[in-house]
Design a protein around this ligand. Structure first.
Ligand code: 5GP
Ligand code: ZN
Length: 114
């Protein structure tokens, strides 16, 4: 169910434009508007889920679809080394409350993140 106030639901609907690099029945992957690395895309479910904290025990297929899409984008981009990260809650840096996995690559990535 879409949330009318949700930025990423509006991206799913096409009401806000995005540069999509992959889409299928369950998932959209698009370029982050403020990239933090040469490759920085976001994989989101079409369905509104606020974060990992709101996933259910039945969401395994959705998670598999998200990671399959990310893997495909990484491969198509020629990335061998990359990072996939998701922030849960404002204290961890979440600013958009529609589940998304960041894929970052194309430069050395330090650890741990700040
Ligand atoms: P978070 O901070 O929630 O982990 O990540 C949200 C991400 O969404 C940020 O990296 C931010 O740059 C990106 N973002 C915010 N608004 C937009 C937008 O309108 N379009 C796109 N493509 N990315 C956005
Ligand atoms: Zn949403």
């Amino acid at each position: 169910m879409a949330d009318p106030e949700c930025l990423f639901c509006k991206i799913v609907a096409g009401d806000i434009p995005s540069e999509r690099v992959h889409e299928d029945g369950e998932v959209i992957v698009f370029r982050d508007i403020a990239p933090r690395a040469p490759t920085h895309v976001l994989a989101i479910p079409r369905r509104h889920v606020a974060s990992v904290a709101d996933l259910g025990d039945d969401d395994g297929r959705l998670l598999a679809a998200l990671f399959a899409a990310l893997r495909r984008v990484a491969t198509d981009t020629g990335l061998a080394d990359y990072r996939i990260v998701t922030n849960v809650g404002p204290g961890a840096g979440q600013s958009v409350f529609h589940l998304h996995f960041h894929l970052l690559g194309g430069r050395p990535l330090s650890w741990p993140p700040g």
